[in-house]
Design a protein around this ligand. Structure first.
Ligand code: SAH
Ligand code: SF4
Ligand code: F3S
Length: 447
């Protein structure tokens, strides 16, 4: 019996790529196992966004080095594979497969080569559109499904490795996206998440010529779909019709992730982000002026080369002004091939850590305040799981907030699954910086 193990690092695009890889391997007669020790084929689907992420895979590979050769085959997939290419064979000679995210449709062929005993198999072609879906994709979650609508990135942010690891931007035809969404709805999925490095740069390559707002609106009309999310949006390509689409259809979730990176126009210019602070704030205004209460989240990089104290404070001020619902904060990390490598005045690690902690502290206070405002309201949640330790169900609101709740009428489920996948109304009774808690709202009286 052929067995495989896969560990996935990085973003949702990678998580979804792994679903494609797993499906392809199952189709080829492999069986998935939970421990690398039990597997014939050990795969790491890697991320290279920051140095730490890249190091992780090499330390994993070291761990099992001695088992190579005893019938075990190692493969590196994803962004580190694309970035390092055949150099991976030098850094970790027991690796036999190096394949970037654009070559997964060639996996069956690569598996044949591996099974024939070939010790150096690569798939590093980048410029292909055959990456969006596979007929075999094996999704992890039976209720919420990812759909890739655009691959790669044509921007050139000074710090970012993604254009090198994912290649040029390629959009998928709207017809193909809608077809996949419809078939998922027929299979019983109720939540769709449209994926891309910059989803809103989407441009339909077919005659239909849809833009992202249209694609979003049409996905929200598919019978059986209850929620549609999308990530990530680039501020430069974020247009008002996206907000209007959300306003018009409540199935489109009330959440926009709009990474700002910095609150200083000077830093944004050095980062080559293609927008100023004011242009970004105009987009925030559109979102805040919507009829719906749309949650806003962001990514921020602290300690970009040359970031002065005053520039960092501009980021603190922007964060106070926007009042984000949640924020991912990263310390700038040097990446190969990126233009920021040439900048002088790299910020010392301790100073980056200090800035990260200051921003984190402020953001925590904002989240406490914002989340407290939900107490007393009723929110619809999509139930994702059950926490046996706290005896609470785990739900997610349209605004992407975690809302844990008790279900008074229901004994503790033996299988922990009975409500999972349902949409229920929950009365919020408590709040913290990172989540809300409550109780199942009483059903409205039957008329
Ligand atoms: N396409 C998205 C971002 C994708 S990468 C956008 O343009 O907004 C996810 C996040 O990782 C980025 O938003 C950025 O905050 C962070 N990131 C990317 N490169 C980084 C680097 N070299 N150091 C630190 N953080 C980085
Ligand atoms: Fe990276 Fe910039 Fe492209 Fe986002 S837009 S993936 S940060 S290069
Ligand atoms: Fe990482 Fe590649 Fe995603 S670098 S963040 S896995 S696109």
């Amino acid at each position: 019996m052929k067995t495989f193990y896969i560990e996935t690092f990085g973003c949702q695009m990678n998580a979804h790529d792994s679903e494609k890889v797993v499906g392809t391997l199952l189709e080829k007669g492999y069986t998935q196992v939970e421990e690398p020790g039990q597997a014939h084929l050990v795969l790491y689907n890697t991320c290279s966004i920051r140095d730490k992420a890249e190091q992780k895979v090499f330390s994993r590979l070291q761990q099992f080095k001695r088992e190579a050769g005893r019938g075990k085959v190692f493969g590196v997939l994803g962004c580190v594979a694309q970035q390092e290419g055949e150099r991976i064979f030098d850094r970790a000679p027991h690796v036999s497969l190096v394949a970037g995210s654009a070559s997964y449709t060639r996996l069956p062929d690569m598996l044949v080569q591996l099974e024939a005993g070939n010790r150096r198999v690569t798939g590093l072609d980048l410029n292909t559109t055959e990456t969006f879906d596979t007929p075999f994709t094996r999704r992890d979650n039976p209720h919420r499904a990812y759909i890739t609508i655009i691959e790669g990135c044509d921007k050139a942010c000074a710090y970012c490795v993604v254009p090198f690891t994912r290649g040029p931007e390629r959009s998928r035809t709207s017809e193909s996206v809608i077809r996949e969404a419809r078939s998922l709805a027929e299979l019983g999925y109720t939540e769709i998440q449209l994926l891309g490095q910059n989803v809103n740069s989407y441009r339909d390559p077919s005659h239909a010529g849809w833009d992202f707002a249209r694609l979003l609106a049409e996905t929200g009309k598919i019978p059986g779909i209850r929620r549609v999310r999308f990530t990530t949006s680039h501020p430069r390509d974020f247009v008002r019709p996206i907000v209007q689409a959300i306003d018009e259809n409540e199935l489109l979730c009330d959440h926009v992730h709009l990474p700002v990176q910095s609150g200083s126009s000077e830093v944004l210019s050095r980062m080559q982000r293609l927008y100023t602070r004011d242009e970004y704030m105009r987009r925030i205004e559109w979102i805040k002026n919507a009829r719906r209460d749309i949650a806003i989240t962001t990514d921020i990089i602290v300690g970009f080369p040359g970031e002065t104290e005053a520039e960092f404070e501009a980021t603190l001020r922007l964060a106070e002004e926007v009042e984000y619902d949640s924020m991912f904060i990263f310390k700038y990390s040097k990446r190969p091939k990126t233009s920021a490598l040439q900048y002088e005045d790299h910020i010392p690690e301790e100073e980056k850590t200090r800035r990260l902690m200051v921003l984190q502290e402020r953001q925590r206070a904002t989240q406490l305040r914002r989340n407290a405002a939900y107490i007393g309201t009723v929110q619809e949640v999509h139930v994702e799981g059950y926490n046996l330790a706290t005896r609470q169900w785990i739900g997610r609101t349209t605004q992407n907030k975690t809302l844990n709740f008790y279900e008074p009428d229901l004994p503790v489920p033996a299988d922990g699954k009975t409500l999972v996948g349902q949409y229920l109304d929950v009365l919020v009774t408590r709040s913290g910086p990172n989540s809300l808690a409550g109780e199942r709202a009483a059903s409205p009286p039957v008329q």
